[in-house]
Write a protein that binds this ligand. Sequence first.
Ligand code: BG6
Ligand code: MG
Length: 221
Amino acid sequence: MNLIQACIFDLDGVIVDTAVYHYQAWKRLANELGFDFTEEDNEKLKGVSRMASLDLILQWGGLTKTHAEKEVLATLKNTWYVDMIAKMTPAEVLPGAREFVESCKASGIKTALGSASKNSETILAKVGISHLFDVVIDGNKVSKPKPDPEVFLKGAEELHIAARNCVVFEDAIAGLEAAKNAGMLAVGIGSPKTLIQADLVVSGLDQMDSKKLIDLGLLIQ
Ligand code: BG6
Ligand code: MG
């Protein structure tokens, strides 16, 4: 018997690779403000909310802005980002993601999206997978950013599944911390060297299967 009753997926970096679009839009903003940042710095923005990302970038550029100025800059970045995601197609779903979520549903496991992004619904619709998630919790529905567990606890609540029977799939350290703070199992998507909080690390959802999910369920006390 599988003790896992729900799988909760982060979006950016787990289901789709929108990180590259976030990076291009933030880089353009930084460049227009007169500085640049590296792809390595960009890693620190993964899983981080829009405003918190802007704060980090301004810090890297040594700039201080008022709240009103930051609102303008974040909106400008989002306009460029929205232009890019408007062109996304189903081919941009990461390898194995669609198949794994479908296999969860087929075996009676509930599915939820748990993302910091306020653009989640648009992205899911553009890549044609909105129907794969029983529940979508995103940046529009939560007030506390990851590593706060709010996004995942809300997902479990809306699915009517206990937190201990949920497993979260995350590519960001802050996201894995949020899963652990929620009392959930956590699968890291990426490298075991960086994703040390995870109960299991795989390079992508194409490396997940029902056997690994059942084995994970055995960790539930
Ligand atoms: C997260 C991304 O999923 O969403 C972050 O990893 C991003 O890079 C955050 O900043 C917020 O996204 P959005 O679409 O609301 O600006
Ligand atoms: Mg992510």
